[in-house]
Design a binder for this molecule. Structure first.
Ligand SMILES: *[C@@H]1O[C@H](CO)[C@@H](O)[C@H](O)[C@H]1NC(C)=O
Ligand SMILES: *[C@@H]1O[C@H](CO)[C@@H](O)[C@H](O)[C@H]1NC(C)=O
Length: 486
């Protein structure tokens, strides 16, 4: 009896196991499918619209949300502090951000007052918006914005006419010593000490033995500690990459509801797909018809943009396979010491010098792939976004800001560790994949960029943030998403 009971237990136990096995098999398949759908979806749409969310504690980039394209019923009076206003094409990332964003906000009807340094010569760009006003002051000896002067200009504008609804500072344009008195202030970070430490490590690793070690390595940690101490003085923070958002919350220990991620955007009316323009550009600059791969790079041609490793990687590739010397074309926009060196690699290395914005749009269209071997991990590089909007796949350094916000999937491009060996391997992968695969990745890159990286999207997100932070009791709640106007 006991035996029989036993065997039936074993029997049912065994069937139970079969059943469990079958169940787990089916569920693992369905899990695989579920997670596939989910990752597929998350490339383009990480949140499923929930009924209403509180924007200030929204953890992802606001670029994923869709705000109304129409100007808001409420217009703001906005003060902007930026160390330098861009002149022509010589602008760095922070200045370009200031220009793109605030022109867009002025265009939407907000009253924008820019507090910045006067240029060394008397010419200052003119814009067709009477509601965009500049308050200039001579830079300090070190080239910074004169805080006392700018603050005085701000106060007199604030008290003589309508007070400001909101203040925006590009990095430390307005120092924390004054910003800490403001409740309605947001600072955008385009490179913080924690990220810079990563750049310092990378630069130290590729340093040649005859160069001296930089003292930046030790100073930077002290700078980081300083930043962790003074950052809380700013009421609100905008991280321009997902990674920076994380660092501000975890390392700088800022409260979650004071850190907002708004990824950079670039002008989608300038940077767009235009095949004819690409063809014209190739013809004009003598790109041979026989080229099997056209790689482009843009920006200052200096060491910390990674040109030493790109030069060496190409040099080795051309030595290993002489045919590639004629098949691969490099188009380099920008100037700097590395321009001449690329020329020494052969006649297919075409160095274009600095390009105007419209020429730059043609340049991107002429490429099969855009490469950015930067060794600086700070901020979110605009050239990557411009190339994506132009429908080009990317080849870029494996920095957290790039991997988490830009090349979030191999469908959009290639990445490499900042070493010659890793870059070479990635270049060989690009060569093996060829134009067909690159074209597909370029299409996916463009789709993502159109959704996330347009100037329109960036401006709408900042506008909403400013409306939310500056709201008065009588306003409808701009901190809720969706708002009736979305
Ligand atoms: C003024 O200086 C800026 C750089 O500081 C330069 O880009 C611009 O071309 C100069 N303008 C004139 C008219 O010289
Ligand atoms: C700006 O003006 C408003 C209204 O007069 C005032 O409450 C506020 O303190 C002023 N802000 C600064 C920084 O002076």
């Amino acid at each position: 009896m006991a035996k029989e009971h036993n065997s039936s237990t074993i029997f049912s136990f065994r069937y139970g196991c079969y059943f469990l096995f079958a169940l787990s098999f089916v569920s693992s398949i369905s899990f695989m499918y579920w997670s596939r759908c989910n990752t597929q979806d998350s490339i383009f749409n990480p949140i499923h619209q929930s009924p209403s969310l509180d924007l200030l504690s929204y953890p992802s980039a606001w670029n994923h949300l869709s705000f109304s394209p129409n100007p808001p019923p409420k217009l703001l009076k906005l003060a902007v502090f930026v160390k330098k206003w861009p002149q022509k094409n010589q602008a760095g990332g922070l200045e370009r951000h200031a220009l793109t964003l605030h022109l867009a906000l002025a265009k939407r009807g907000h009253e924008v007052h820019i507090f910045t340094t006067s240029p060394s010569n008397s010419s200052f760009p003119k814009y067709p918006y009477p509601n965009l006003r500049f308050h200039l002051s001579p830079p300090t000896a070190a080239g910074y914005l004169d805080q006392a002067r700018a603050w005085e200009q701000f106060r007199s504008q604030n008290s003589s006419q309508k007070p400001f609804d909101m203040t925006h500072t590009e990095s430390v344009g307005l120092l924390y010593t004054r910003a800490r008195n403001l409740a309605h202030v947001a600072v955008s970070w385009h490179g913080i000490a924690y990220e810079t430490i990563h750049s310092d490590v990378v630069q130290e690793l590729i340093r040649s033995p005859e160069e001296a070690r930089s003292s930046a390595l030790t100073d930077r940690v002290l700078r980081l500690v300083e930043e962790v101490k003074f950052f809380p003085s700013y009421a609100h923070h905008v991280a321009t990459s997902d990674h920076t958002g994380d660092v501000l919350k975890r390392i700088y220990m800022l409260p979650e509801e004071r850190v907002h991620v708004i990824l950079n955007g670039v002008d989608e009316n300038v940077f767009k797909l235009d095949e004819n323009r690409g063809r014209d550009f190739r013809r004009k600059f003598g790109v041979p018809e026989s080229a099997t791969l056209v790689i482009g790079m843009a920006g200052r041609l200096v060491k910390d943009k990674g040109h030493p490793i790109m030069f060496e990687a190409l040099n080795q590739i051309f030595m290993e396979d002489r045919n590639l010397r004629t098949k691969v074309v490099l188009l380099v926009a920008g100037d700097g010491p590395w321009g001449f060196r690329y020329r020494s690699l052969g006649t297919n290395m075409i160095v274009l010098g600095p390009l105007e914005q419209t020429q730059l749009a043609g340049f991107y269209n002429a490429l099969d792939i855009f490469a950015n071997p930067t060794l600086r991990s700070q901020g979110l590089d605009h050239t990557l976004l411009e190339a994506m909007l132009s429908g080009k796949p990317l080849l870029a350094t494996k920095f957290a800001s790039i991997m988490e916000s830009v090349i979030v999937s191999p469908d959009l491009g290639y990445s490499f560790a900042p070493t010659v060996a890793s870059l070479k391997e990635a270049l060989y992968r690009v060569l093996r994949d060829g134009k067909g695969v690159l074209g597909k990745k370029g299409k996916a890159a463009r789709q993502r960029a159109q959704k996330l990286f347009t100037a329109t999207k960036m401006a709408a997100a900042y506008e909403r943030l400013f409306l939310c932070i500056s709201k008065r009791k009588t306003d409808t709640d701009y901190c809720k998403y969706p708002h009736p106007s979305d």
